[in-house]
Design a protein around this ligand. Structure first.
Ligand code: HEC
Length: 137
């Protein structure tokens, strides 16, 4: 069970890095409740967008279609910003579901690697976070 951690820890960031390297865009995964705060802490635009996604989902929009794009000025330069919500599916629950339901082995491993883990307690259909892209114009 704990052996599955590398998919979300290593593979997803690796895929993202490949796209980043080939395009020069900044691409990350962010969340309001991070597991890895070093990689996943949102900036102000991202916090606002994540909050907005939660509001839109609560108002009945499907989490899997939530996205936002905007051209903004940052440090005097125009950039294109894009975010797409990452909804919680059943498959995510074994690592992001309620802490008391997690496999003991996995839980110990998570606690060791991620002392500041806030990414448990989710249920299916909630918004876990988002993919975020910044593209220079
Ligand atoms: C096998 C365990 C496991 C499963 C299953 C899993 N995750 Fe994760 N998730 C992790 C780990 C570990 C991290 C920390 C990654 C890192 O160190 O960058 C993480 C990080 C993330 C992040 C980055 C933001 C943060 O909190 O640090 C997002 C977003 C995320 N997961 C979404 C999902 C979604 C959506 C699913 C289901 C489609 C899912 N995960 C399934 C273990 C898992």
């Amino acid at each position: 069970m704990a052996g599955a951690i590398p998919v979300c820890r290593d593979q997803a960031p690796k895929l993202i890095k490949e796209v980043r390297d080939s395009t020069g865009w900044s691409i990350r995964r962010v969340s309001l409740n991070t597991r890895n705060p070093e990689r996943g802490t949102p900036d102000l635009w991202e916090v606002r967008t994540l909050v907005d996604f939660n509001i839109r989902a609560a108002a009945g929009e499907k989490p899997e279609v939530l996205e936002k794009s905007e051209i903004v000025t940052e440090n005097g330069k125009q950039v294109f910003r894009y975010m797409k919500a990452l909804p919680v599916a059943d498959v995510c629950l074994k690592c992001h579901g309620p802490a008391e339901g997690l496999d003991a082995d996995l839980k110990a491993k998570l606690a060791e690697t991620y002392p500041h883990d806030r990414a448990t307690g989710y249920s299916s259909g909630q918004i876990r976070g988002a993919l975020t892209v910044i593209r220079p114009l």
